[in-house]
Design a protein around this ligand. Structure first.
Ligand SMILES: NC(=O)c1ccc[n+]([C@@H]2O[C@H](COP(=O)([O-])OP(=O)(O)OC[C@H]3O[C@@H](n4cnc5c(N)ncnc54)[C@H](O)[C@@H]3O)[C@@H](O)[C@H]2O)c1
Length: 281
């Protein structure tokens, strides 16, 4: 196959659906052989079928990201299936717990760290020797990790936010440790994105979607393809001098707020004119 990921081998954790599923498809469309490492064989099978349907290469490895030895098994499976490893996308993660911190129990804290931060360490640690081997042979080895807007700005999910902020600093440290050896490491930080994680919440209260869209500068939530395309860019040689960077894929949510232009008229009209009269800025 031709494409931006021609002759590359990629692992996508959580590649069975959502952002990971779309990422696996985009990487494969661009020529990568993809190992889908996921807890759910059935969902993963659907993505593998789609990839094989357009002539791509894909295999499955059973992964529970909370189990360190599963990360080793996943890397071994990629090598056994495809012979090398160039790209690691650490996509599994998620959060819960909007409690005030004096009510935040340790179980919730541990859930977030064990699901969203520690697996990034397990999988990077397991994959690094093979990524280094690939980097010695040819340019192009790269890690892409998933953070969240919650890792950048406080939104009332303290444990999840702390775990994702941890992913960010962990990734930047790998970037400066391994950049000189030819392995780049970067992050994407999505805004709310329509995946299976949100399905029961959106089904129970469809207005949640419009509420989340309304507070975003682009007045919509994300689709998995929005995030997958940014991951593909960071994994590809188009990003060959991008290392230790975080791309928010968030419609501008972390850029700031357009709250002052919401009163009507031209942007900021009512707010700014009332303050100009009083000189009260
Ligand atoms: N969806 C969002 O709104 C959103 C927003 C910001 C950041 N993110 C981040 O993006 C990433 C992907 O989110 P998503 O919504 O696509 O995920 P998701 O919950 O839809 O799940 C994706 C895949 O992960 C697999 N999975 C679940 N538990 C697993 C485990 N223990 N081990 C291995 N695989 C497991 C599932 O089978 C599924 O195929 C996460 O790191 C998440 O924190 C998501």
């Amino acid at each position: 196959m031709s494409g931006r990921m021609k002759n590359r081998v990629a692992i996508v954790t959580g590649g069975g659906s959502g952002i990971g599923g779309e990422t696996a498809l985009r990487l494969a469309e661009e020529g990568a052989a993809v190992l889908i490492a996921d807890l759910d064989p059935e969902k993963s099978g659907n993505i593998i079928e789609k990839i094989k349907g357009f002539g791509g290469r894909a295999e499955y490895s059973k992964l529970d990201v909370r189990i360190p030895s599963d990360a080793d098994t996943m890397v071994a499976k990629a090598i056994e299936s495809f012979g090398s490893l160039d790209t690691l996308v650490n996509n599994v993660g998620g959060g819960k717990g909007d409690d005030l911190i004096n009510e935040l129990d340790e179980e919730t804290w541990d859930f977030n760290f064990n699901f969203s931060l520690k697996p990034t360490y397990y999988c990077c640690r397991a994959a690094m020797p093979k990524l280094l081997e690939s980097a010695e042979a040819r340019p192009g080895a790269a890690i892409v990790n998933l953070s969240s807007v919650n890792g950048m700005t406080a939104m009332g999910l303290p444990a999840y936010a702390a775990a994702k902020a941890g992913v960010e600093m962990f990734t930047k440290n790998i970037a400066i440790q391994y950049g000189k050896k030819g392995v780049r490491s970067n992050l994407v930080a999505p805004y709310t994105t329509r995946t299976d994680f949100w399905k029961p919440i959106f089904d129970a209260d469809p207005a949640t979607v419009s509420r989340l869209a309304d507070i975003n500068p682009m007045r919509r939530i994300g689709n998995p393809i929005d995030i997958a395309n940014a991951i593909l860019f960071l994994a590809s040689d188009e990003a060959s001098f991008v290392n230790g960077a975080l791309i928010p894929v968030d419609g501008g949510f972390t850029a700031g707020t357009d709250i002052f232009s919401r009163s009507g008229g031209r942007p900021g009209e009512q707010f700014w004119s009332s303050h100009a009269e009083t000189g009260n800025f």
